[in-house]
Design a protein around this ligand. Sequence first.
Ligand SMILES: NC(=O)c1ccc[n+]([C@@H]2O[C@H](COP(=O)([O-])OP(=O)(O)OC[C@H]3O[C@@H](n4cnc5c(N)ncnc54)[C@H](O)[C@@H]3O)[C@@H](O)[C@H]2O)c1
Length: 421
Amino acid sequence: MGTDQQLKRSCFKKHERRFSVTYPFQYILGEQRFVCLLVGITIACVVFNVIPSHSLPQKGLISAFDDSSIAVRRRVGYELNGGFGHLSAGGKIPLGLKSKSLRILVTGGAGFVGSHLVDRLINRGDSVIVIDNFFTGRKENLFHHFGNPRFELIRHDVVEPILLEVDQIYHLACPASPVHYKFNPVKTIKTNVMGTLNMLGLAKRVGARFLLTSTSEVYGDPLQHPQAETYWGNVNPIGVRSCYDEGKRTAETLTMDYHRGLNLEVRIARIFNTYGPRMCIDDGRVVSNFVAQALRKEPLTVYGDGKQTRSFQYVSDLVEGLMRLMEGDHVGPFNLGNPGEFTMLELAKVVQDTIDPNAQIEFRPNTEDDPHKRKPDISKAQRLLGWQPTVSLREGLPRMVNDFRQRIFGDDKDLTVTSIV
Ligand SMILES: NC(=O)c1ccc[n+]([C@@H]2O[C@H](COP(=O)([O-])OP(=O)(O)OC[C@H]3O[C@@H](n4cnc5c(N)ncnc54)[C@H](O)[C@@H]3O)[C@@H](O)[C@H]2O)c1
């Protein structure tokens, strides 16, 4: 009995000590538990603070955009999430399936602007799918990407639907020069309306961001000069250029309706006259016409009195603007063009100075609905995209002349990669 009582008493004492105020402190301080606790806290701090900053995407992955903080932000977000819309319910993706770059669709990517855009996207580290029906585009513009696992080229007409898994869609497919878009006007408007609808539908289905390359032609023969995005235009709805002008206006409408009604992320660029390597020779656009004519020692054809004005943007400036627009936070529309304004006669003079000072000028009657003045107001793009053109006409023209000389005179040696810098 005595020992039983002693045992009970000692148990009670132990119990009493545990519930005393000082017991937790004694416990922590005993047997170096406090040191272990400190070590644990230190390790946790290192893991949560130091390691995440090292696991951010490496600079190389975002280098193509190091001049655009907006883009970097979006891209960093993308890398961390393993790509928009790819997070599984648990927030983790099996290692092998982790997407390292954006998957981008470029419609009309075999054309003049599209192929330069593809170059920039591939250089940035993205995967690019081009769809093109080769109406005005050429495989040669993309030869240098053949064999690259991040590049795919599909012969496809945007008038027909297609299903592809992509994160972004740059929708360029549409003949851009009057010679080409007037060739089959019904097809042109179908491309603009049905083609744009199909691409918007695709964007909606896969949750991609959609960028439409519209045109300064939406301003028609403008009554406002220079043209700001707020100007609604002065367009002939039944003229020979309407298939293009009204087609693009409808494409803009569809884009905004998908944005407002279906919450699609969209961007609209209104592109002004652009020139550079890989433009179609003899496509009726004034810069390519003059350059080809001067190289062939033919007279430069000026329509009307040559006093109508245009602005000329070098293609690398445009591509930069398109990418900033796509990666930025603003829907647009945004004018992308060079505000430097030239009359046709002034342009002819620059071409003479660059290629052949003896080139003659030949006047011909003006074409129907040719706008008299065209000059972009780019203040919105300057303000919201931090973008403005950097290449002047006198700098850009010689870069284009080298490419034209190679193609016209059949000097194919370096034709595969025509640099824009
Ligand atoms: N270059 C400019 O000065 C300028 C000015 C304003 C707007 N834009 C717009 O920019 C975009 C690209 O113009 P670009 O100068 O590179 O013209 P481009 O003719 O060189 O390129 C257009 C591309 O679209 C392809 N295409 C045409 N119809 C198609 C269809 N139905 N399906 C699939 N592919 C089709 C062509 O084969 C070509 O590769 C066009 O949407 C154009 O309207 C260009």
